[in-house]
Design a protein around this ligand. Structure first.
Ligand code: KG4
Ligand code: ZN
Length: 332
């Protein structure tokens, strides 16, 4: 019945994202117009633990997801009957957290006999570039993509809207994780990337000489840098660390950004890429944005986890027809 109503023919995609500590729902038209993008961050809740507690995240996704979906529909002036497919992050991420989103997506799709689109979270981050938001135009593949987030640091050869090959990854911490661990050592709370970014503006980035991770090939390593900051803070002592916090933040940020920029440029050269793009939470970093001048960056609002990027990726993924998705599982 619903299939024949004019509203359903709008072809709205409902996107759902619950892979970590952001509970998110978005509505996107089939031709890529963003109608609503709701993100309920649990970051403050997890900050008292200094990081994401998986079980706590799952419980809060349960509470926050349906209100987020309702709010997205409200903001778009839409109803559930306008939704033509449901897209959801299947992985990678925290399995318990993912399962909340996958179960909700299945229920919503099944109840309305809609197709369901399982989306890879990494594809989602890349697809944040395919959205036209305010003054940024969609980025067209092919391009070399740096995906730097709290969970991943990847160099991707993006050939088209749905296909990418991994050229390099981190051997230990992700870039965002390095920011978060550094922020913790500097007493800046969790998540700390944005706090380091802000504080670094008042500091001297040459105040401390921190090692730039250089491993062979196109991979990254940030664990040595984190240890160097640990020792610097220990050697300075509490009072001196307090006085030089901005210099420490600026020098630490500079080492992370230099590693990211060097490897990204090397990767672009190795595949002869004419275009470089940057996505993920760390793509919000102001020094990284300034250091990779010619690169395309995901719109600021879509750097950290959101569901608009999941709906965006879904435009380029084959949907699973009703009701064959009922056994769909999440993956870590
Ligand atoms: O993409 P995202 O929301 O989550 C994952 O998929 O992991 O990225 C979150 C990460 C956190 O580590 C956070 O500290 C970092 O992105 N981040 C930043 C900035 N804003 C967020 N790192 C550096 N500078 C920023 N301005
Ligand atoms: Zn992410």
């Amino acid at each position: 019945m619903e299939g024949s109503t004019p509203r359903t023919r709008l072809g709205v995609i409902l996107g759902i994202e619950t892979s970590c500590d952001e509970t998110a729902a978005a509505l996107l038209t089939d031709d890529g117009r963003l109608l609503a993008n709701i993100v309920s961050s649990q970051a403050e809740l997890h900050s008292r633990y200094g990081g994401v507690v998986p079980e706590v995240a799952s419980r809060h996704h349960l509470e926050l997801l349906l209100p987020a979906v309702r709010q997205a529909l409200h903001e778009a002036g839409a109803e559930l009957s306008d939704v033509a497919r449901v897209a959801v992050t299947q992985g990678p991420g925290l399995v318990g957290a993912l399962l909340v989103g996958v179960s909700a997506a299945k229920a919503l799709a099944w109840a309305r006999r809609l197709p369901l689109v399982p989306v890879n979270h990494l594809h989602g981050h890349v697809a944040s570039l395919f959205l036209a938001v305010s003054d940024t135009a969609p980025v067209q593949p092919p391009f070399l993509c740096l995906l730097a987030s709290g969970g991943h640091t990847l160099l991707l050869d993006v050939r088209d809207h749905a296909t990418f090959e991994v050229l390099g990854t981190t051997l230990d911490d992700a870039a965002g994780e390095a920011f978060d661990k550094g922020a913790r050592l500097l007493g800046l709370g969790y998540p700390g990337g944005a706090a380091i970014d802000r504080l670094a503006k008042d500091g001297d980035s040459r105040g401390f000489s921190f090692p730039v991770g250089r491993v062979p090939g196109l991979d990254f390593s940030f664990s040595g840098l984190k240890t160097a900051l640990l020792y610097a803070v220990r050697d300075l002592g509490e009072e001196e660390t307090g006085k030089r916090r901005a210099d420490l933040a600026a020098s630490y940020q500079r080492a992370i950004v230099r590693a990211l920029v060097e490897r990204t440029q090397a990767a672009a050269e190795s595949i002869g890429a004419e275009r470089i793009a940057v996505v993920g939470g760390v793509a919000a970093n102001s020094e990284l944005r300034a250091s990779l001048g010619g690169a395309a960056f995901a719109p600021l609002a879509l750097c950290t986890d959101n569901a608009a990027m999941i709906a965006s990726a879904a435009r380029f993924v084959d949907p699973i027809a009703y009701p064959r998705y009922l056994a769909l599982d999440a993956f870590s």
